[in-house]
Design a protein around this ligand. Structure first.
Ligand code: 2P0
Length: 331
């Protein structure tokens, strides 16, 4: 089944477009990562994942019906060429909504307030915000669960950005992916901090989509990943239930390093780390040796995301000058 067939089967009848709509969706950081797909067409994952949404940091997207031969796609105020990868991904996603009216074009304004140097993915918040805006533009009135399923078709991790706080993406077992969507995990953690360590803000040469595909196809080590992820997810739920920060941090860090181990074991090898990445890891480990409750996670890139609590903030900022600190649940 491809995306169009899925939408034909499940999208409510699309009526006429209602007008312009605007929505915000938060960025998210996974503590148990999504890495590998069992269906690359529908972005169905090999494993369940768990993330924390980043509050006010994310993407605001506005869609406006347009009387023109093609969509106009703006990113942070700049018109993107129709043949750019960004515009093509946005238009292909909108195609899923306008199937009954292929001639209906849109102006799309995507504004990210994610710090440019943060090394945070914006595709998750971008597709989540676009999904909400399109749902409203056509007056479809879909539930959050349905919207999460559809956002997943744009980018897997986007299904988690429909919700605030901790969020679990349930992998599901159905072939059509109707049961593969995120759910909110209502266990707020005031004082939890995410610190963004900038190592390199350039676009990576191998994106997540290609990276996870390569890993799955070429790394024997990948066979152990679903087991690791399943065990980590269970431990993370325990950590949230018990408010056990040491457990949360340790599981998140080991999960990220396990994911990177599978990447490194791919062929050609995929090593996103740079010398400064490794230096930052050693700094975290040294501080932990000294008693600071500090951990990190990393995505498919060289930047670290530090995990700590408010009580440690001053010490962490002293060790990592210029750190951007986000408190997903406030203080
Ligand atoms: C995550 N990542 O769980 C993992 C960790 C990157 C490393 O979700 O192909 O951009 O669009 O489904 O969602 C990034 O992958 O990939 C990602 P597609 P996506 O946050």
């Amino acid at each position: 089944m491809d995306k169009r067939e899925f939408m034909q089967a499940h999208l409510p009848a699309v009526g006429s477009v209602r007008g312009s709509r605007e929505h915000f969706a938060p960025s998210n950081i996974a503590l148990c990562k999504y890495w590998g797909k069992r269906d690359a067409q529908l972005n169905l994952p090999v494993n369940a994942s768990l993330s924390v949404s980043l509050g006010h940091l994310g993407t605001r997207t506005r869609v406006e019906p347009l009387d023109a031969p093609q969509d106009s796609v703006y990113l942070n105020g700049r018109l993107q060429g129709a043949d750019s990868r960004f515009a093509q991904r946005v238009s292909a996603f909108i195609d899923l909504f306008r199937m009954g009216q292929p001639e209906q074009m849109f102006r799309v304004d995507t504004d990210n307030n994610i710090p440019t140097a943060a090394g945070l993915a914006s595709s998750a918040s971008g597709f989540a915000a676009l999904t909400r805006a399109m749902d409203e533009a056509y007056g479809l009135g879909m539930s959050d669960t349905e919207l999460s399923v559809i956002a997943r078709l744009g980018s897997g991790s986007a299904c988690r950005s429909l919700f605030e706080g901790f969020v679990e993406w349930q992998m599901g077992v159905r072939e059509d992916g109707l049961d593969s969507h995120a759910i909110p995990v209502d266990k707020p953690w005031p004082g939890l901090c995410v610190g963004l360590v900038k190592v390199d803000e350039r676009e990576k040469r191998v994106d997540s989509r290609a990276g996870m595909q390569r890993t799955k196809e070429t790394a024997h080590l990948y066979q152990s990943w679903p087991l690791q992820a399943g065990a980590d997810l269970a431990k993370l739920h325990n950590a949230l239930d018990e408010r056990d920060f040491g457990l949360l941090g340790a599981v998140a860090e080991q999960n990220a390093l396990s994911m990177h181990a599978t990447m490194i074991a791919s062929w050609p090898p995929l090593l996103y780390w740079q010398p400064d990445t490794v230096a930052a890891m050693h700094r975290v480990w040294a501080l932990r040796e000294e008693g600071l409750a500090l951990y990190f996670t990393m995505d498919a890139g060289p930047n670290l995301k530090l995990l700590f609590e408010s009580a440690s903030q001053a010490a962490v900022e002293a060790a990592f000058p210029g750190l951007e600190v986000i408190k997903p649940f406030g203080d």
